[in-house]
Design a protein around this ligand. Structure first.
Ligand code: ATP
Length: 252
């Protein structure tokens, strides 16, 4: 059986008296789309922040490809191949779409290489930036300022910036937030396409989308894992219905 790409073991994060993530143990398998769902304040973003190195855990472990990354800072985590997008768009709005991807590509290089290998870096970074732009479907917008493209395209570009770091694992925090149906459909198409050669972990409130694209779902309530299973298993779980939805007859 395949080894997990990413594993958390008893992962815990407290903010004073608030236990945002408690004793979370999850195996994320290579190639899967794994959605983290749960009510507001359940600890989903905190969990993603721990996986990306944006936050340091209070206790527990995170292993990526068998390497302990529990206390690795965000730039190290990115260099190891974990990309992350944020809930709010995080773009350089005065820069073109290509320049945004360029910055993403550059961020993957370690600073010592950046200093010594300028000419070599230039070609590599340029190639990565173009590849990322193409993957996220925005080649035709390459010379347009990021601040002037639509909200949906901005989310696509965010994914592009992340792809420019050439990650094997993508952490996506509400990639469909604030989108209309057509824009959401574009992102869903993009995520499905990316899942062919990436592992995806995503938080998303749009349950129709989550159940349509996820291979595995983990339900988190009050910082704890309630259940992990296929969309079918989670959909039919009485525990999930009671704890998460409150009403047994209510469909997820
Ligand atoms: P939502 O779906 O609303 O985004 P979530 O499941 O992502 O919620 P988190 O944002 O992870 O939940 O928050 C979990 C808990 O931790 C909440 O009670 C929140 O108020 C608290 N929390 C998160 N970040 C901090 C922080 N930096 N300082 C103090 N408390 C925090």
């Amino acid at each position: 059986m395949a080894e997990p790409l990413l594993q958390t073991c008893a992962l815990t994060k407290s903010f004073g008296a608030i236990h945002a993530v408690q004793n979370v143990t999850i195996d994320f398998m290579p190639g899967e789309i794994h959605a983290i769902i749960g009510p507001n304040g359940a600890g989903k973003t905190t969990l993603i922040n721990l996986l990306s190195g944006d936050l340091e855990p209070t206790a527990g472990e995170i292993m990526f490809r068998g390497v302990d990354i529990t206390r690795s800072p965000v730039d190290r985590v990115s260099q190891m191949g974990i990309g992350r997008s944020y809930q709010k768009t995080n773009l350089f709005t005065d820069f073109t779409c290509l320049e945004n991807c360029w910055l993403g590509a550059q961020s993957r290089l370690s600073s010592s290489f950046r200093f010594f290998r300028n000419a070599l870096d230039y070609d590599e970074v340029r190639e990565r930036a173009f590849r990322a732009l193409e993957l996220c479907g925005l080649t035709h917008r390459r010379h347009v300022a990021a601040g002037t493209i639509s909200h949906g395209e901005q989310r696509q570009l965010e994914i592009g910036m992340m792809l420019a770091t050439e990650p094997g694992l993508l952490l996506l925090d509400e990639p469909l937030a604030g989108m209309g149906t057509n824009e959401a459909a574009e992102i869903i198409k993009l995520l499905k396409m990316l899942s062919k050669d990436h592992t995806l972990i995503l938080i998303e409130h749009d349950m129709d989308a989550v159940f349509a694209i996820a291979d595995v779902l983990t339900v988190i309530v009050n910082g704890r894992v309630l259940e992990t299973g296929t969309p079918h298993e989670i959909h039919n779980s009485a525990t999930v219905r009671e704890a998460y939805l409150g009403a047994p007859e209510e469909a997820i």
